[in-house]
Design a protein around this ligand. Structure first.
Ligand code: FAD
Length: 396
């Protein structure tokens, strides 16, 4: 009897887990369920918004996973999981029994978190925090905006997908505006009082886009009260209005809906796991990786999801092969482009310490503050190299 592993979600976590599981257990039946035929990565989607790359640049398909790695890929949505019967139901009516199930469903937006934020608002004020149609929509709005317009970016509180992402986005939109609509402005209305790599970003903004980006911390403007999507207006808690010509509202998030529906999430909407194996603390033989999981000090990033996919694959392999669970080590680097030739990064190595994933002392850090232009250029090239290597690790 071949052991069957069903993996739900073909993004950073799911593809990495499928591919490495195949390496560890040659005869396992591995089924990946993902509705989309084409997966668009969020990493480098900010370069698409800025017109530096076409949509194709961030598009990937599942052919090689199928043909070279023997993963059965089913393009369906998982609508229900029964953790007791150990079965997953698909939208087309099929039911897949499993020995182990891995969920990497990413995030969903918390629709109830902001007054006035409904389905129509996601069109009028695209989040573009899941890449694809939302990326196209935000790009089209930026292209249609007049010179002299205001772009509002409203990032949420922690934790959320990709902590440096909103600030890379502000940077690359500024790069686009500087060339094509130089009288325009970017207003970042943050929920937070500080953000990832803040000093480095602000230094880069000063150097590349002086006066174009204004960042307002949460305690200064009061934080998000409500929105009026039709008017493209954001209101603070004190009902102060901020009207934009383009509004990129990035709402608070939670684990992908299927994880919540299966009862895997805590009150905050994220899924607690045994951080050594990523097995859910709620149900046995069910694993949650990537953004949806609570993974100690690791950020919600694609690199982290890839690393967790490998650790989870090793944990499942250890169960199947009846060998001892290896002691995992985890890794993450988040590159951000402040401009096409201006890269910065934050990196860390993690290990289990006192039952939690914690960064290893002196194992990482951020890019230095005082360096020459060549150093920033080099990091921008490393960012591209990282993208090529991680996407070939997932899809190649
Ligand atoms: P995803 O990659 O989102 O994959 C989830 C998949 O599950 C989706 O394909 C979805 O269709 C599928 N799914 C959901 N529900 C179901 C269901 N019920 N049935 C079947 N399938 C389902 N990270 C980095 O490391 N580096 C970066 O430079 C970086 N840049 C970013 C820039 C931006 C603008 C953003 C928004 C994010 C960025 N990230 C970056 C973060 C990264 O995109 C996420 O952390 C990563 O995608 C998480 O992987 P995941 O597997 O958890 O989810």
């Amino acid at each position: 009897n071949r052991p069957r592993v069903v993996i739900v979600g073909g993004g950073f976590g799911g593809t990495s887990c499928a591919k490495y599981l195949r390496r560890y257990v040659k005869d396992a039946e591995i089924i990946l369920v993902e509705p989309r035929q084409t997966y668009h990565t969020c990493p480098f989607s900010n370069t698409v918004l800025a017109g530096m790359n076409p949509m194709d640049f961030i598009a990937h398909d599942y052919e090689t996973l199928r043909t070279a790695h023997g993963v059965e890929v089913i393009h369906q949505t998982v609508s229900e999981i029964d953790p007791v019967a150990k079965a997953a139901s698909l939208d087309d009516g099929r039911t897949l029994g499993y020995d182990y199930l891995v969920l990497s469903p990413g995030i969903d937006m918390r629709r109830d978190a902001i007054e006035g934020y409904d389905e129509a608002a996601t069109e009028a004020m695209p989040h573009a925090w899941q890449a694809g149609d939302q990326t196209r929509l935000l790009r089209a709005q930026l292209e249609a905006m007049d010179d002299g317009g205001t772009v509002i970016i409203a990032p949420p509180n922690n934790p959320f997908r990709c902590p440096p992402g909103p600030y890379e986005r502000a940077s690359l939109i500024a790069h686009y505006l500087k060339q094509h609509k130089p009288k325009s402005k970017i207003l970042i209305l943050d929920a937070k009082d500080k953000f990832s790599k803040q000093g480095l970003f602000m230094q880069g903004w000063e150097a590349l886009y002086p006066g174009m980006i204004e960042w307002v911390k949460g305690s200064d403007w009061g934080g998000m009260g409500r929105v009026d999507a039709g008017q493209k207006t954001v209101y603070s808690m004190f009902d102060k209005a901020f009207k934009g010509d383009v509004v990129n509202l990035i709402p608070p998030q939670q684990a992908g809906e299927i994880a919540l529906r299966t009862g895997l999430a805590n009150d905050d909407g994220w899924c607690p796991v045994d951080q050594r194996s990523f097995e859910s603390t709620m149900h046995k033989d069910l694993f949650v990786i990537g953004d949806a999981s609570v993974a100690g000090q690791m950020p919600k990033s694609g690199f982290a999801a890839n690393s967790q996919g490998k650790v989870c694959a090793a944990a499942i392999a250890a169960r199947i092969l009846e060998v001892e669970l290896p002691e995992p080590s985890y890794v993450n680097t988040c590159y951000s482009l402040v401009g096409p030739d201006y890269g910065i990064s934050v990196a860390a190595v993690y290990r289990m310490q006192e039952g939690q994933i914690k960064s290893v002392e002196d194992s990482g850090g951020v890019s230095p503050g005082e360096v020459d232009a060549q150093f920033r250029r080099d990091e921008a090239r490393y960012a591209e190299g990282w993208y090529q290597s991680i996407t070939s690790d997932m899809f190649g």
